[in-house]
Design a protein around this ligand. Structure first.
Ligand code: KG4
Ligand code: ZN
Length: 354
């Protein structure tokens, strides 16, 4: 397999990254630093809409779009000030063009595209999951392709073989709920506040190991696809049959979390074996799960592979990962024409090589 070294020419000037695909407005400034992309991160800011959507128990797309409109320009001003720059110093603009909520995407794309046009610099639309996938490159000692990536977010559970940046083969996908979605729906079912994933993980810390057990879906047969909706049903039945006590709730949360984590780890090991690499990248919101991180680190030490995680803030949605993915593509000469285009659905495998 070919490898990609991070040795593309530096544009020298910072790239603005804009993330507005769902319920976080993320902005970052990054100067492309071949070999050590994290060193080029000049500023990053994030505004989370959690409070706005909490009363509804989930993201309300129209409210999300309107809030991105309110927050994006102030955040761009804040990030440029933090980096000691003016927008006129930008060398390019990267914005999330998909997948995601169409209205929310359009806010970032319109602002990003207009700003680039006004400044006379190139703009590039970034695939949100490529942003997640590349986020671990912002850390010290970044992974070099080829590697396998487990992308676990609210909308996706993907195992991806990364031959080079932009050359992605999907090895496994979810047949129904994504891992983050399963966390969120299960949490909601058990009366936990939105967003459910972190709340359920916190509750699981107080659960007793082995008090309750759920199956590890689709691990009893070969293959790398996931299915988490049956697990959700198992939890529902256990919850309905329980005394609804606090300890039982924590025990169920713990068993659910263990079932998801075990399943993800079993499939990661299979994917590493299938692809013949010993490097595993974890990214996406569920990558912030502490038990997943510690159990994977232990398995990696035992099996002899290396696992790379982004820092916790860069597991969930953020502008830095979009600035990075955009900077790589801009450095490779890729950019958009002057129309504003978003892709609410977008196959990761259809991306061109970077
Ligand atoms: O990547 P992300 O920020 O947004 C999407 O692209 O979807 O992922 C959000 C997902 C949510 O489902 C959230 O509940 C989940 O990541 N999540 C977690 C944790 N932190 C966030 N799931 C489990 N444990 C966590 N600590
Ligand atoms: Zn995301």
């Amino acid at each position: 397999m070919p490898t990609t070294e991070f040795s593309k020419p530096a544009s020298g000037r910072p790239i603005l990254g804009i993330e507005t695909s769902c319920d976080e407005t993320g902005v970052a400034l990054l100067r492309w630093e071949p070999g050590a992309p994290g060193r080029g991160l000049l500023a990053h800011t994030l505004y989370s809409q959690i409070k706005l959507h909490a009363d509804y128990g989930g993201v309300v797309p129209e409210l999300a779009s309107r809030d991105h409109v309110r927050k994006l320009l102030p955040l761009i001003r804040e990030a440029t000030a933090e980096a000691g720059l003016r927008v006129q110093d930008l060398g390019g603009v990267a914005y999330t063009a998909g997948p995601g909520l169409v209205g929310a995407l359009l806010v970032g794309a319109s602002v990003g595209r207009a700003l680039a046009w006004a400044l006379g610099v190139p703009a590039v639309g970034v695939h949100h999951m490529e942003g997640h996938l590349l986020a671990p490159l912002l850390e010290d000692d970044p992974p070099q392709p080829p590697f396998v990536a487990l992308l676990v977010s609210g909308g996706h559970s993907l195992l991806v073989e990364v031959e080079a940046i932009g050359q992605y083969t999907i090895l496994g996908d979810t047949l129904d709920d994504a891992a983050g979605e399963a966390f969120d729906k299960t949490a909601k079912m058990m009366g936990l506040p939105y967003p459910g994933g972190p709340a359920l993980a916190k509750l699981a810390e107080r659960g007793h190991a082995g008090a309750c057990r759920f199956s590890r879906p689709m691990t009893d047969r070969p293959g790398l696809d996931f299915s988490f909706s049956g697990l959700k049903t198992q939890v529902l039945l256990a919850w309905q049959a329980s005394d609804h006590g606090e300890q039982t709730r924590a025990d169920i949360a713990r068993a659910f979390e263990e079932a998801i984590i075990d399943t993800l780890i079993i499939k990661c090991r299979r994917a590493l074996e299938a692809s013949g690499t010993a490097r595993l990248v974890i990214a996406g919101g569920v990558g912030a799960n502490r038990r997943l991180r510690s159990e994977l680190a232990a398995v990696a030490a035992k099996d002899g592979f290396r696992v790379y995680f982004p820092r916790l803030d860069f597991c969930t949605d953020n502008g830095a990962m979009i600035a990075l993915a955009g900077a790589i593509r801009l450095a490779g000469g890729q950019h958009q024409d002057e129309t504003v285009q978003v892709r609410p659905r977008w196959d990761l495998q259809s991306l061109p090589a970077a």
